[in-house]
Each structure stands twice: as structure tokens, then as C-alpha cells.
Design a protein. Structure first.
Ligand SMILES: NC(=O)c1ccc[n+]([C@@H]2O[C@H](COP(=O)([O-])OP(=O)(O)OC[C@H]3O[C@@H](n4cnc5c(N)ncnc54)[C@H](O)[C@@H]3O)[C@@H](O)[C@H]2O)c1
Ligand SMILES: [Zn+2]
Length: 368
């Protein structure tokens, strides 16, 4: 199968458009696209390890390029998402002379993307941002949708804005340097996306073997389908006010609690994988999901992600964090369950329901 560049665009909100461009070996084209979005100077935000992994030659200014060839470096990973780092970045952008006719390019995983998006939405009351995701998680999920954030102490993503990217520019060759654990963890979001889109789910058994061996063509298709699914959901509820975006939280209620309680020893995607396995279990009894579909989904998820077992701290601490979930009230936490691929249901569940489901999946996958 020959590789092709894929693209689509959509209007997340009145007055803003997000274009998605996905390809292999097209990274040198980025500056040209930036110039078409805004003619002024563009500044890149990234981290040292990310640039070491994906190289930086392609970012260097060429004659006539709108891109400043000297990226603004932030700490790696979640340590980038702080108020202090954000302040430094804003000052640096001012010092370098960012103007309203320029913009910001985020090159990195979800952490760089969230921080750079927030910097773009605050600088001069808003300049365009282009997301260049370098992790599978960012490419299939966080780069699109406009959520930007920093953490406030332990509280994740508590200060942020909605600021939709003008362009999500995916270069699939970047993913080949991802360590196996990070790569597989990103696949959890792809499985979630497939479960939320009936046509994608029907196609998924053919794609799964390609994803397992990092086949570029299969991975490109899966990322593209994930972004399309998310774009559809985001366009229906751009600022998460109508309750439609909640479907994207499939597997995340328990996932976030396990992730937080593990003190981030579990990768986000691994925690989501456990959350998805439990949600599938509950979906059969509480949302009428066909048990064959649930077993097949669990099998594919397990084979692709192979999440490490949640550490002791995680297994002890998740109930307290689950109670803090944004979708909860005194009667319990509302969970996104699947009634069939492509169709979700919001159900109020007590702590004991979650506990039972988690124990069931932990014992089932314990011996493997
Ligand atoms: N805005 C949203 O809608 C949204 C959605 C989901 C998650 N998120 C956020 O995304 C963040 C997680 O993103 P992530 O998983 O991409 O983590 P990350 O940005 O921390 O990246 C993970 C690690 O991978 C390294 N890395 C990045 N690209 C690489 C490459 N190509 N090769 C080798 N190493 C590479 C990084 O240096 C980093 O150490 C969290 O902060 C989460 O809150 C945001
Ligand atoms: Zn997620």
C-alpha cells in the first residue's frame, strides 16, 4: 500500500478553523504552511530531549522562512506545565518580539502542546498556535481540540483556556524514536477512539497487527481516524458545555485516578488502558454492551498496550481521587460506558462498582 499525505479541516468554533495535515517525510514543508497562516515571525516551543529525538535541522530558518530557528526550550515532560515555566515563556516571547501577525509552534508531546497552547492564547490576547505532535498520544488526541493547561501543584490541568490550533501537523517518522513503553501507551488512546467510532471499530482488527509492529501506513491511518473522530466530537461541543465531549473520557475516570495515585509512575495511556478494561467490564452489565464485543476489545487493548500492573500506591490511592472526579456528585461518579461501538451512555456508579470491575480485570490479566 503506497503512503499518502492525508488532510482535512474543520471549524471547531465560529471564527476558527483547524487544519490537519498528516504525512511522512514532509516536515520540511512546515514553514511554508506557517507563512500561509500568518506572515509574521513564528516561534517554536520544545524541549531538549524532544529535539534530540526528532532532530532540529528541519526547524532551522531558511531564507524567507517565517520560523525563528532558535526554539524556546522548556523542561521535559509534566515539569513544563507550571505557572513558572509559563511566565518565563511569555517573557521570552515578548523579548524576541512576537507580534500579532506571528504565531507559536509546539513541537513535542502533550505536555509541550498544552503549555505552548496556553502561551499562545495569552500572548497579546491570542496568537495562532500550530501543534506538531511528536508522541502517538499527542498526535492521536491532545494536539487537536483546543484544551490548553498548566498544573497547579498536584492538581492537573487546573488553569487553562480553550485555544484551537490553526494546524495540527503530523510527521509520522517522528514516532520511530519513541521508547516501546511510550509508543504502546499512546495506542490506548487510539483504541479508545476506535471504540467511539463504529466504522473505525469495524476496521480496527485489520489495523491492530500493523500498530503492534509500528507499521507506518497502519499507524497513519489509525492516527488520522482518531483525529477525525475527535474533530467531529469537538465541533459538536467546542467548549465542553453541552455534555457531548464527555464521550472522549471513556476509560479516563478510573484511568485518571489510577494515574494520579501512582504518582505518575503509570503512563497516562497505561492508566487509561486499565480504565478502559474496567469500563468494558461495566459496560456489559450496566450499558448492555455485547459481551463478545467487550472481550474482543479487551483482547486487542491488552495485546497492543500491555500496560504494567498499577503499583501499590495506585491501587491504594485511586478511590480517594475518583471521588474528586469532575463528573461526580454525592451519589457517585458518573462514568462513560459503551452501549455499542460508537455509542456511549453516562451511568452513575458507586465506588464498589468500580472496585469490583477493577479487581476482575486485575485478576484476569494478572497471570499473563
Ligand atoms: N489537551 C488535551 O486535550 C490533552 C489530552 C490528553 C493528554 N493531555 C496532556 O498530555 C500530556 C501527556 O502527553 P505525552 O504522553 O505526549 O507526554 P510528554 O509530552 O511528557 O512526552 C513523553 C516523553 O516522550 C518524550 N518524547 C516526545 N517525543 C518523542 C519522540 N518522538 N521520540 C522519543 N521521545 C519523545 C518526551 O521528551 C517526554 O519525556 C499530559 O500532560 C496530559 O495532561 C492533554
Ligand atoms: Zn487521555
Amino acid at each position: 500500500m503506497a503512503f499518502q499525505t492525508r488532510s482535512f479541516s474543520f471549524r471547531p468554533e465560529k471564527g476558527s478553523t483547524t487544519a490537519v495535515l498528516l504525512g511522512t517525510g514532509h516536515k520540511g514543508e512546515l514553514a511554508r504552511h506557517l507563512g500561509a497562516i500568518a506572515p509574521g515571525r513564528w516561534f517554536c516551543i520544545s524541549s531538549r530531549p524532544v529535539l534530540k529525538a526528532v532532530g532540529r535541522d528541519w526547524l532551522l530558518s531558511s531564507p524567507g522562512s517565517v520560523l525563528d530557528g532558535d526554539p524556546i526550550l522548556v523542561p521535559d515532560g509534566e515539569r513544563a506545565k507550571t505557572w513558572t515555566v509559563l511566565g518565563k515563556v511569555l517573557l521570552e516571547l515578548k523579548k524576541r518580539g512576537l507580534k500579532r501577525d506571528g504565531g507559536i509552534v509546539a513541537v513535542g508531546g502533550g505536555t509541550v502542546g498544552d503549555l505552548a497552547g496556553l502561551a499562545a492564547s495569552l500572548s497579546l490576547r491570542g496568537v495562532p498556535v500550530v501543534q506538531v505532535p511528536t508522541t502517538v498520544l499527542a498526535a492521536s488526541d491532545s494536539a487537536l481540540g483546543g484544551k490548553t493547561a498548566v498544573d497547579l501543584g498536584e492538581a492537573k490541568n487546573l488553569a487553562g483556556t480553550f485555544h484551537h490550533p490553526s494546524l495540527v501537523f503530523v510527521e509520522t517518522s517522528f514516532f520511530s524514536s519513541l521508547p516501546e513503553r511510550d509508543y504502546r501507551s499512546g495506542l490506548a488512546e487510539i483504541v479508545k477512539s476506535a471504540l467511539l467510532d463504529e466504522a473505525f471499530w469495524r476496521r480496527f482488527p485489520r489495523l491492530a497487527p500493523c500498530l503492534a509492529v509500528r507499521d507506518q501506513v497502519g499507524l497513519s491511518e489509525a492516527i488520522f481516524r482518531s483525529l477525525k473522530m475527535k474533530a467531529r466530537v469537538v465541533a459538536s461541543d467546542p467548549r465542553e458545555t453541552k455534555g457531548l465531549r464527555f464521550s472522549l473520557n471513556l476509560g479516563h475516570t478510573l484511568g485518571h485516578a489510577l494515574e494520579g495515585a501512582s504518582d505518575f509512575e503509570l503512563r497516562h495511556g497505561e492508566a487509561v488502558a486499565w480504565g478502559l478494561l474496567a469500563a468494558l467490564e461495566l459496560s456489559v452489565t450496566r450499558a448492555g454492551l455485547d459481551s463478545n464485543t467487550a472481550s474482543e476489545a479487551a483482547r486487542l487493548l491488552w495485546t497492543l498496550v500491555r500496560p504494567v500492573r498499577p503499583p501499590k500506591a495506585s491501587l491504594e490511592g485511586w478511590p480517594a481521587l475518583l471521588a474528586l472526579d469532575k463528573k461526580g456528585d454525592s451519589a457517585g461518579v458518573r462514568a462513560v460506558l459503551l452501549s455499542r461501538p460508537g455509542s456511549v451512555r453516562l451511568e452513575r456508579l458507586g465506588l464498589s462498582d468500580w472496585r469490583q470491575a477493577l479487581e476482575a480485570v486485575l485478576s484476569r490479566y494478572n497471570q499473563r
